[in-house]
Ligand binder design. Structure first.
Ligand code: HEM
Length: 128
């Protein structure tokens, strides 16, 4: 379905679900990221799916279920350095490729995620 939002442009719920699954398959294999995450990723996947849905202009699923995202605050209990932000983005980029997101708007979405990921950085010493 063609639409005005990034959510619609990438193909909506089905595409987003595939993107999130693919992304966390990569995250749990990444040495800089896997130690931060629980063994059972189902809740994280669900929340990320809900968040990205609204981040890309779809229904406000995350806010309906969990309130204001306050993403930076929710990440403060995890040590996130520039290394982790770059690792997160590398996994997202690879997941976008594997999911086959259309080049337009892939670049614009990635750029917004790049800014968000850097905003999550909460320590600048070696985070390892
Ligand atoms: C939750 C890591 C960036 C969205 C989490 C969790 C971790 C994490 C460890 C919690 C897992 C748990 O509940 O045990 C990171 C790292 C990042 C990063 C290392 C690197 C910069 C991002 C970005 C976004 C995002 C850029 C949004 C585009 C979320 C969401 C949750 C979450 C929505 C669930 C929050 C909640 O409801 O509690 N992240 N994250 N994260 N992350 Fe990230």
């Amino acid at each position: 379905v063609e639409g005005n939002t990034y959510y619609e442009m990438i193909g909506g719920a089905d595409t987003l679900a595939r993107l999130v699954d693919t992304f966390y398959d990569l995250v749990i294999q990444h040495p800089d990221l896997s130690p931060l995450f629980p063994d059972d990723l189902s809740d994280v996947k669900e929340r990320q799916y809900q968040f990205l849905t609204q981040f890309l202009g779809g229904p406000a699923l995350y806010t309906e279920k969990h309130g204001h995202p306050m993403l930076r605050a929710r990440h403060l209990r995890f040590p996130i350095g520039p290394t982790q932000a770059e690792a997160w983005l590398a996994c997202m980029s690879e997941a976008m490729d594997r999911t086959g997101l259309p080049e337009e708007p892939r670049q614009q979405i990635f750029e917004r995620l790049r800014l968000t990921a850097h905003h999550m950085v909460n320590q600048w010493e070696q985070a390892e």
